[in-house]
Design a protein around this ligand. Structure first.
Ligand code: FPP
Length: 242
């Protein structure tokens, strides 16, 4: 197995979990079975991140665009999410994992919202790692929502245009208070951001792999982290400066 330097870990890893459908086609099973297998990878990656000491893990579980998929698939994805939240709550408590969510949470079904809120509430004091689920999430929607909320606060006299800085703007995003991702992984050989963390990934390192999400397990994550650790992050400066 690849070796990683525990003193140079990315603080925040974000993942676009892509390729469940193609995995299903290759294995001649339904797309829904592909998503089910993908939720096993979710468990494995959460566990691995916690074990090695990652502080924030953000998973793109459902995009705003995903609502346009066939109703049966949307229902199945919501069902898997609900099942995951129910079955993993104890594990999150035992491993000191705090659950958070970003996206248009109000737009989720009542059932999902209920278990999600419960899990967020029950794990809110946990300090070991933040598992942040992007649900009904869209990066552009997030920026538009932030802008609307700034205007509202401005109309209420709470903020003026002179107060607005990058830091203040960040505080109006769903990810308020979280560090930007250091490493963003996308599986399944696609090279797109797909409306994920547009603002937050300004200086993020990207890692693309052909592995399909249901095959992306702990050892593949370690490989991605090792690759990240071999890079030089300059944030716009020269090598000497950084
Ligand atoms: C992309 O595969 C994956 C998704 C749209 C959803 C991700 C959901 C899971 C991994 C399972 C449930 C989530 C949790 C948190 C338990 P795709 O269907 O776009 O694959 P394709 O591009 O090969 O068709």
């Amino acid at each position: 197995m690849e070796r990683i330097d525990k003193t140079k870990l990315p603080q925040h890893i974000a993942v676009i979990m892509d390729g469940n459908g193609r995995w299903a086609r290759i294995h001649s099973v339904s797309r829904i079975e592909g998503h089910r297998k993908g939720s096993e990878s979710v468990r494995d990656i959460v566990r691995t991140c916690r074990e090695i000491g990652i502080k924030y893990l953000t998973l793109y579980a459902f995009s705003v665009e995903n609502w346009l998929r066939p109703a049966t698939e949307v229902r199945a994805l919501m069902g898997l999410l609900e099942k995951f939240l129910r079955s993993e709550l104890q594990e999150m408590q035992d491993s000191d994992i705090r659950l958070m969510a970003i996206g248009d949470i109000e737009g989720l079904s009542r059932g999902v919202k209920k278990v999600l809120r419960e899990a967020i509430e029950k794990t809110s004091e946990n300090k070991g790692m933040v598992l942040n689920l992007a649900l009904s999430y869209g990066g552009r929607d997030e920026i538009v929502e932030a802008t609307k909320r700034i205007l509202k606060d401005s109309n209420a006299g709470k903020i003026t245009h002179e107060d607005i800085t990058k830091e203040i703007f960040s505080d109006y995003l769903y990810t308020s208070g979280m560090p930007d991702p250091d490493l963003l992984i996308r599986t399944s050989g696609e090279y797109r951001l797909s409306n994920f963390l547009l603002w937050q990934s300004a200086y993020t390192e990207f890692y693309f792999t052909d592995t399909l999400w249901p095959d992306f397990r702990g050892e593949k994550l370690i490989k991605a982290i090792a690759d990240y650790q071999n890079r030089e992050r300059r944030f716009g400066l020269t090598s000497d400066q950084s």
